[in-house]
Design a protein around this ligand. Structure first.
Ligand code: PGA
Length: 250
């Protein structure tokens, strides 16, 4: 199997202040690091510059939470992937379920944003995941499979694509699927990528689990064969919890 570097990604969502960012990053830069583990923080847009400066002497990577599909133009309030790259980002999350729900982002929109990320030299973290009703109806693999098929752009490679599986009902709820359920979905995502991009690419793409990942469940989730890291919301806001998750990587 391909060696995949574990990615521990913090999605701060709309949570930050100047003071909070300094305290949190102070705690993260003090983390000694771990072989084979890459740490990423994704603060809100206004904090990208300051957080980028705070982590500049460390190995911690910087990412954003969304981007616009276009490189520039009359799109008030939007931010281009090129601007994120210019600010020192190496990753951008696209298609988070909160963006899909709050901003009506479709798979086609997400695909265009992921394409923009690739165009700008960023790695796109494409998010997918079923709702509780979809899981109860036994449609999880269909829904996730079609989201991956339609949200991942043609130019994806093992280097510029990460897929995050985040069951909508597990986000911020304290509930998670069982390990078997997570592994089943991740294996299906990898198989879908393999049928489109070939085994070598599919085996190199990192697949993150997201949704109520915390220090107490991280070890079990991160040990799963097709789980290559986590996309962490709530528990990424406390340095102690976020670094404990990173330390739980196998
Ligand atoms: P959570 O959020 O860890 O707070 O459940 C994860 C996410 O939405 O990325």
């Amino acid at each position: 199997m391909a060696e995949r570097t574990t990615l521990i990604a913090g999605n701060w969502k709309m949570n930050a202040s100047g003071e909070m960012a300094v305290t949190l990053i102070d705690g993260l830069v003090a983390w000694p690091g771990k072989d084979g583990v890459e740490m990423l923080v994704c603060p809100p847009f206004p904090y990208l510059g300051p957080v980028g400066a705070l982590i500049s002497e460390s190995d911690i990577k910087l990412g954003a939470q969304t981007c616009h599909a276009n490189a520039s133009g009359a799109h008030t309030g939007d931010v281009a992937a090129e601007m994120l790259a210019d600010l020192g980002c190496s990753y951008v999350i696209v298609g988070h379920s909160e963006r899909r729900a709050d901003h009506g982002e479709t798979d086609a929109d997400v695909c265009a944003k992921a394409e923009a990320a690739l165009r700008a030299g960023l790695t796109a973290i494409v998010c997918v995941g079923e709702t509780e009703a979809e899981r109860d109806a036994g449609k999880t693999l269909d829904i996730v499979g079609s989201q991956v098929a339609n949200s991942v752009p043609e130019g994806a490679t093992a280097e510029n694509l990460v897929v995050a599986y985040e069951p909508v009902w597990a986000i911020g709820t304290g509930r998670t699927p069982t390990s078997d359920e997570v592994q089943e979905v991740h294996a299906a995502i990898r198989a879908g990528l393999a049928s489109r991009f070939g085994d070598a690419t599919a085996n190199g793409v990192r697949l993150l689990y997201g949704g109520s990942m915390k220090p107490s469940n991280a070890q079990e989730l991160l040990a799963l064969a097709d789980v290559d890291g986590g996309l962490i919301g709530g528990a990424s806001l406390k340095a102690e919890d976020f670094t404990a998750i990173a330390d739980a990587a196998p």
